[in-house]
Design a protein around this ligand. Structure first.
Ligand code: SAH
Ligand code: SF4
Length: 358
């Protein structure tokens, strides 16, 4: 059985006769949230039967979900081979002003997806790093996380969704599958999530950033920088030995960026390590000449971690310094802390946890 979610519309068209059936199937799956080929009533019965013998479109089962007090929901999925990954739905409220001046609230969502089962980058502050890499996710398993979450929450197909590749794994260590997922997600007859609403976050694999740029997908780039000196960055992120700060910055400078957008720099703030005004000053210098936006992230502690979360005063001072020196800078309001769904708290859970497939 093949996973239909692995196929772009073009690929599906090439599998079918007549081709136009592919669009209908895409709509059934991604817009009408069909549960089986039998639901696809405008397809001939023999075609439905043939499809169900060859394809499935449920690559993941949800094993568990947890809702945080801030309304974010963490999902634990199990793939067909038993691998487990996590994804997070982050509801964001947005106020829209209508032409008549009235204000209407609209639900807006960000979905944080995993790109690998585990990760081999070994960052010292990250829980996902602990178990190493098990395997890459397929394009259909990446798409499947989003489809499942939209479906389970009855999110209408046309509602705007932002995707961040900030769950488990290093997306650029699985570039081909991630790039294909971006293509499938953007399909107009499918989920129709424009690439400019998809942010790929990387620990800084410079050569892969270059390859991603060459693909010209139109996605946004986020760099997990976290340190302003190579000495500290190497301690936090071993990948810095292969690609140091200058190599990463050079790759960013060459990355094609949408005129209206900027490259996001994530800066994990750890108490006493990288939180001084001196660091802020060096960061401003590093970003000179780059259309950048900085997102400060509180270090989220997890069991066994040696680092400490900074206090709010330190974060705000750091942010103020950046803003005063012309760098757009926000502090990430980490969601899902109480359910361990916050940044760096996602981890493959072993089956011994005793959760059953549902
Ligand atoms: N591998 C990619 C994407 C997944 S990690 C990357 O590293 O960019 C997503 C973000 O969570 C990264 O910025 C990562 O540095 C951050 N993160 C990891 N561990 C964290 C922790 N304990 N507290 C807060 N953020 C963390
Ligand atoms: Fe991998 Fe990102 Fe965690 Fe580093 S921070 S170990 S790159 S998931």
């Amino acid at each position: 059985m093949r996973n239909l979610l692995d196929l772009t519309l073009y690929e599906l068209e090439n599998e079918l006769n007549p081709k136009f059936r592919a669009k209908q199937i895409y709509e059934w799956i991604y817009k009408k949230y069909a549960n089986s080929f039998d639901d696809m009533t405008n397809l001939p019965k023999d075609m439905r039967e043939k499809l169900s013998r060859n394809f499935h479109f449920e690559p993941l089962k949800c094993v568990r979900s947890e809702t945080s007090s801030d309304k974010s929901i963490k999902y634990l999925f199990e793939a067909i081979d038993g691998s487990r990954i996590e994804s997070v739905l982050l509801p964001m409220k947005e106020e829209l002003t209508h032409e008549d001046g009235g204000i209407k609230r609209h639900a807006r969502y960000t979905i944080c997806v995993s790109s690998q089962v585990g990760c081999r980058m070994g960052c010292s502050f990250c829980l996902t790093a602990k178990g190493g890499l098990t395997r890459n996710l397929t394009p259909g398993e990446i798409v499947g996380q989003i489809l499942w979450i939209k479906k389970a929450n009855n999110i209408p197909y046309e509602r705007r969704i932002n995707i961040v590749y900030m769950g488990m794994g290093e997306p650029l260590d699985n570039l081909e599958n991630v790039a294909k997922a971006v293509q499938i997600l953007k399909e107009n007859d499918g989920l129709a999530i424009a690439p400019r609403r998809q942010t790929i976050s990387t620990s800084g694999l410079a050569s892969q950033i270059k390859k991603l740029g060459e693909k010209n997908l139109g996605v946004l780039l986020a760099i997990s920088l976290h340190a302003t000196t190579d000495e500290l960055r190497t301690k936090l992120m071993p990948i810095n030995k292969a690609y140091n700060i200058e190599a990463v910055m050079q790759a960013v400078r060459e990355f094609p960026v949408d005129m209206r957008k900027r490259v996001l720099f994530e800066y994990l703030v750890i108490k006493g390590l990288n939180d001084s005004i001196k660091d802020a000053k060096t960061l401003v210098k590093l970003l000179h000449g780059i259309k950048a936006k900085v997102n400060l992230i509180y270090f989220n502690p997890h069991e066994g971690s040696e680092y400490t979360r900074p206090d709010t005063k330190t974060m705000v001072e750091f942010q103020d310094y950046m803003s005063a020196h012309g760098v757009s800078c926000t502090i990430r309001q980490s969601k899902g802390l109480d359910i361990s769904a916050a940044c760096g708290q996602l981890k493959e859970r072993s089956k011994e946890d005793g959760y059953e497939r549902t």
